[in-house]
Design a protein around this ligand. Structure first.
Ligand SMILES: [Zn+2]
Length: 252
């Protein structure tokens, strides 16, 4: 049996370590759990570069054969010793967090997330096209509206996964560093949704694939979203200082 310390010394042992973890039904719910970085493709579930990424759940493409299961890719950061300190951290990251993303795929919430993200992308493309043609000025959005909307969608996808992790702390002996990271990740995303809800009459929580444009309008109608987001980031950076978590990503 490979220990975490042994796996850290040799990349060739990392897969063996992952294979030895007691991940319960996650094995049968996924196609594979594979170790390895893909150069230049450290992406999160929404296809965004993820600098904090330890692992990612990759969903089958829409053209995949029916019944195809997601797979989980585990990056080298998982074994760099900075965040994953013990076996319970590893089980929490995969058996709780990534499993939650797999369940989101099974119950189709991930499809809603994807559809909302596409709808924001389409609105943004349309906005840019019109801006280029100098027409349809009534359709203009502020640039920050799209970014804010994508951040909300990312938060809506991640909050349930971090929540499962935090709920699991009762039965897992996770390390202090890892516990803090998960709690902060949950906290900053919840704060974001609450903050945008407060200034948009609940648009962040109410967004579905069917009402993306009305929600974008509500977000766009906020007078000083730039200032609100900057103050939010300052607050988050202040709160998370010294915890090893890079809060910058939310508004990058
Ligand atoms: Zn996640």
């Amino acid at each position: 049996m490979i220990t975490l310390d042994q796996a850290r010394t040799k990349p060739s042992l990392c897969q063996e370590y992952l294979d030895s973890l007691d991940l319960g039904d996650l094995r049968s719910r996924t196609r594979s759990i594979i170790y390895g970085d893909v150069p230049g493709t450290l992406y999160d579930a929404d296809g965004e570069p993820d600098e904090n990424g330890l692992a990612v759940t990759l969903y089958p493409h829409s053209g995949s054969e029916p019944g195809m299961k997601p797979c989980i890719r585990v990056f080298s950061k998982f074994f760099d010793g900075k965040c994953i300190k013990n076996v319970d951290d590893a089980l929490s990251a995969l058996g709780d967090h990534e499993r939650a993303h797999v369940l989101q795929y099974e119950d189709k919430t991930q499809l809603d997330i994807k559809l909302m993200s596409y709808a924001v992308d389409r609105a943004e493309e349309y906005f840019r096209l019109n801006a280029m043609k100098r027409m349809a000025t009534q359709n203009l959005y502020k640039e920050i509206t799209f970014k804010t909307a994508q951040d909300i969608i990312e938060a809506r996808s991640e909050i349930p996964a971090y929540q499962v992790q935090v709920d699991g702390f009762e039965r897992r002996r996770v390390s202090e560093v890892f516990r803090k990271n998960a709690v902060i990740n949950l906290f900053v995303r919840r704060e974001l949704v609450t903050m945008i809800d407060d200034v948009t009459d609940g648009a962040a929580s109410a967004m579905t694939p069917d009402n993306v444009v009305p929600c974008l309008r509500k977000i766009d109608a906020v007078q000083d979203m730039q200032g609100i987001m900057e103050r939010y980031m300052d607050r988050m950076v202040e709160m998370t200082r010294g915890n090893g978590y890079n809060a910058r990503r939310t508004v990058d």
